[in-house]
Design a protein around this ligand. Structure first.
Ligand SMILES: [Zn+2]
Length: 425
C-alpha cells in the first residue's frame, strides 16, 4: 500500500547539500564505481533521452491513469503495460498466473543473476470510480496519477532510455508491473514472484518505484497484520428475545479493551480498528457483527504480542457473554493481511549505492520505514529499496489525487543510476 511511501515522498522539497556534506558517509569504492558508470557516454545518452521525452512520459501517464486497475482486477492495465514490454523487446514478455506483467532485459554476460525493478499497477479505487484525467501545466489530476502512475511510467521511461542508449548491464534486469500492492492485495504480486523458484534463486537485489519524489528511500519494512473479527449469534426480537447476547455489544467490549492498551514507546507500534459493521434493523438483536483491525510495528515481536491481546480480548468477551445464555455467540478471527518486517543493512552494497548516487546528484536520501512491495524481499534478506520516481504528488488515495512532473527528470536519473549500480555496468 505504499500508503506511507506515497504520502511521504512528496512532503519534502529537494534538500540540496554541498558535496562535502556527504563525503563522510559515502563509501569510496561505491562512489568511484558510480563515477565510472556515470561518466560513460551511453549513460549520458540515456539521460539525454529522459530529458527530451518528458512530454511523452506525461502523455503515457495520462493514458495509463484512464485504464482502471482496482484491486484484484488489474488485467486491463497489465495488458496495457505488456504492449510496452513487447515493443521494447523484453525477453519472455508476458503476464504470469497472478496477473503480474513481466519481461527480461538481458545482461551482457548472460549471468544467472537478476536485478528486479518493479512498480505496482493496482490502485485503491473501486471499478465505478469516474476517471477524467486533466492536465494543467506540469500537473496531472486523476485518481492514481501519482500512486502509482508515476512509478509505472517511470519504469517505462527507464526501459526506453536503456534501449535507446544501447546499455548492456552485467546482470539481467527483470521488469515487473505487479498486482496486489494496495490494501487487501496484501503484496500478492511480489509475493508470487518470490514464490517462483527460478526468480527466488536468481534475484540478487530489488528496486521498487512507488509514487513521486527523489529524497526518500524506504530501506526498512514496516510489518503489519490485519484481522477480520466476526461474531455470530442467533439474533432475535429486541423485546421478546432481549436476554440473548448481542454481537454488536460484545464486539464493542472487544474494541474498548484493545483501545486501552498502552502502545506508547519504542519500537513504534499501532493498532487500529478501521471498519465495523453489523445488524439489520433497529428492533432486532443482530445475528452478526464484524470489525477489521490493523496492527503495525517495525518489530515482529510487537505484532505477535498484539495478536495475542486481540485473540484474548475476543475470547474473554465471548465467554463472558455466553456465560448465562443458552444462545451462545461464536466467533472467527481471520488474518486478511500479513506483511513481514525486515530492513536493508547499512553495510550492504545497495545502501552504499544509494549514498553514492545521492552524492553524485547533490541530493540526500532520508532513509524511512514504510510498508511497501520491498517488505517481501527485505524479509527474505534480499537487498531492496523503494523510492519515488521523481516529481511531486498529493491527494494520494483520494479522487483529488495529482502528480506534478516538475523534478521528474532528477528522480529518474537517480533511479537509473541506482539500477545500473545494482545491475553492474
Ligand atoms: Zn503505491
Amino acid at each position: 500500500m505504499a500508503e506511507e511511501v506515497c504520502s511521504a515522498t512528496y512532503e519534502r522539497k529537494a534538500l540540496v547539500l554541498p558535496l562535502n556534506f556527504m563525503a563522510a558517509t559515502t563509501s569510496p569504492s561505491a562512489y568511484s564505481r558510480l563515477s565510472a558508470i556515470a561518466s560513460q557516454r551511453s549513460v549520458h545518452e540515456a539521460f539525454g533521452w529522459l530529458h527530451l521525452h518528458q512530454q511523452q512520459i506525461m502523455g503515457w501517464q495520462e493514458e495509463l491513469v484512464a485504464v482502471p486497475a482496482p484491486p484484484f482486477h488489474e488485467h486491463t492495465r497489465a495488458n496495457w503495460l505488456l504492449k510496452f514490454f513487447q515493443a521494447a523487446g523484453l525477453q519472455g514478455a508476458s503476464i504470469d498466473e497472478e496477473g503480474n506483467c513481466l519481461g527480461v532485459y538481458p545482461g551482457a554476460e548472460h549471468r544467472q543473476s537478476t536485478v528486479l525493478i518493479s512498480a505496482h499497477i493496482d490502485t485503491v479505487f473501486p471499478p465505478d470510480t469516474p476517471i477524467a484525467p486533466r492536465i494543467a501545466g506540469t500537473r496531472l489530476y486523476a485518481p492514481g496519477a501519482c500512486d502509482n502512475g508515476a512509478g509505472i511510467v517511470g519504469m517505462i521511461a527507464i526501459l526506453h532510455s536503456l534501449r535507446h542508449a544501447g546499455i548492456e548491464p552485467e546482470h539481467n534486469i527483470l521488469f515487473v508491473g505487479n498486482v496486489g500492492e494496495e490494501g487487501e492485495g496484501n503484496l500478492r504480486g511480489i509475493r508470487h514472484i518470490y514464490n517462483q523458484k527460478m526468480w527466488r534463486t536468481t534475484i540478487g537485489s530489488h528496486l521498487v518505484l512507488d509514487g513521486a519524489g527523489h529524497e526518500v528511500a524506504v530501506t526498512q519494512a514496516l510489518g503489519s497484520r490485519r484481522y477480520l473479527v466476526t461474531l455470530t449469534g442467533s439474533g432475535g426480537h429486541s423485546w421478546t428475545d432481549a436476554a440473548r447476547p448481542n454481537p454488536i455489544v460484545v464486539l464493542s467490549r472487544v474494541i474498548t479493551r484493545l483501545s486501552k492498551l498502552d502502545l506508547s514507546g519504542t519500537p513504534r507500534t499501532t493498532l487500529n480498528v478501521g471498519t465495523i459493521e453489523g445488524g439489520s434493523a433497529v428492533n432486532s438483536i443482530p445475528e452478526q457483527a464484524a470489525a477489521r483491525f490493523d496492527v503495525r510495528s517495525t518489530a515482529p515481536e510487537q505484532i505477535i504480542r498484539l495478536e495475542v491481546e486481540l485473540y484474548r480480548a475476543v475470547e474473554d468477551s465471548v465467554i463472558e457473554a455466553n456465560r448465562k445464555s443458552s444462545f451462545p455467540l461464536t466467533y472467527t478471527i481471520e488474518i486478511i493481511g500479513d506483511r513481514p518486517a525486515g530492513s536493508l543493512a547499512k553495510e550492504s552494497s545497495l545502501h552504499h549505492a544509494i549514498e553514492a548516487v545521492d552524492r553524485h546528484l547533490g541530493i540526500r536520501s532520508e532513509m524511512r520505514v514504510a510498508s511497501t512491495d520491498a517488505n517481501i524481499p527485505l524479509s527474505l534478506a534480499v537487498p531492496a529499496v523503494s523510492i519515488g520516481a521523481g516529481g511531486e504528488g498529493g491527494g494520494i488515495h483520494t479522487r483529488a489525487e495529482w502528480y506534478d512532473a516538475h523534478g521528474r527528470e532528477l528522480g529518474l536519473r537517480r533511479a537509473l543510476l541506482l539500477l545500473l549500480m545494482m545491475a553492474g555496468y
